[in-house]
Design a protein around this ligand. Structure first.
Ligand code: NAP
Length: 272
């Protein structure tokens, strides 16, 4: 892949996380910068000491930063301001440097909701969310915001309970899933993620007459998505959310409309 000519006025964006070597963010953001001929470059940094890293963003005047595991919660302590919804979710995955002020956003929730709303209206839909980790928190807030009838099921039941009590919705253990008849099933557990690609969070017979959204995007077509398709369910693969959240970051950092099709093509080619 070629790249823009880097000059003394090139703006730097980055992703910080740990581990980081498998991140696809540099690939898609650089492809998008290049496509729109923007004088930006994107790098990945494996960060152990988060406070120092955020000082570095200020000191070196990075334009935008994507924040990933395990830093999405702690990073909130080091920013100048945080958008209301990210504050309520309790996690920031995007930093925008606005003339020296570091602003925190969450594009995971909006990326996921955009992927869902491309297929279905969420209001009053019986929705089962499997998982209660970081991504689940962001998506659960979005679902409530859109008026979905939400139930959160998680292996560690206490975590489902804590999240559900913040959102005033139902909760339980993963094994309860078969006692529901949802319109929408969303997997936010890491079950099925590479390299354990044969794991399935629910029995395949359960996947009938529902929309199945799996946020796991490696592999592109998870075991869950395959089984759901075989049973005639509508499906949304995780790559849709991944691209949407990246596109929203890109738009915050550049003020330009993200080349969504190109970003998707780059990820799909990489993971195929
Ligand atoms: P996280 O905070 O670590 O949460 C992991 C979740 O998976 C927890 O609910 C955990 O349950 C559950 N889990 C893990 N192993 C399990 C097992 N063996 N059986 C049952 N449940 C299990 O991680 P996260 O940030 O939410 O990410 C979760 C997944 O979403 C990852 O695969 C990640 O790559 C993907 N993701 C995709 C996007 C996207 O844009 N498409 C964005 C963010 C994340 P416990 O609470 O019981 O441990």
């Amino acid at each position: 892949m070629g790249h823009n000519t880097i000059t003394s006025t090139t703006k730097l964006c980055a992703i910080i996380g740990n581990p980081i070597e498998h991140s696809l963010s540099p690939l898609i953001h650089n492809a998008a910068f290049e496509h729109l001929k923007l004088n930006y470059v994107f790098l990945a940094f494996e960060v152990e000491h988060l406070r120092e890293a955020v000082s570095g963003i200020r000191a070196l005047n990075l334009k935008g930063v994507s924040v990933t595991i395990p830093h999405k919660v702690e990073v909130m302590d080091y920013l100048d301001d945080i958008e209301e919804v990210a504050r309520r979710i309790g996690a920031v995955n995007t930093i925008l440097n606005q003339e020296g002020r570091l602003l925190g956003y969450n594009t995971d929730w909006s990326g996921a909701i955009k992927a869902l709303e491309g297929k279905v209206e969420l209001k009053n839909k019986k929705t089962i969310l499997l998982g209660a980790g970081g991504a689940a928190r962001a998506i659960a807030f979005g679902l409530k915001e859109k008026g979905a009838d939400l139930t959160i099921l998680n292996r560690t039941v206490k975590k489902a309970e804590v999240l559900a009590s913040e959102l005033n919705c139902q909760w339980g253990g993963l094994e309860l899933v078969e006692s529901f008849k949802p319109d929408i099933l969303i997997n936010t557990t890491s079950l099925g993620m590479y390299p354990r690609v044969d794991d399935l969070p629910v029995k395949k017979e359960f996947l009938k007459d529902m929309l199945v959204f799996d946020i796991v995007y490696n592999p592109l077509k998870t075991h869950l998505i395959r089984k759901a398709e075989q049973n005639g369910c509508a499906t949304i693969p995780g790559v849709e959310m991944f691209i949407n959240q990246a596109a929203l970051q890109f738009e915050l950092w550049t003020g330009k409309k993200a080349p969504l099709g190109l970003m998707k093509k780059v990820v799909v080619e990489k993971l195929s």
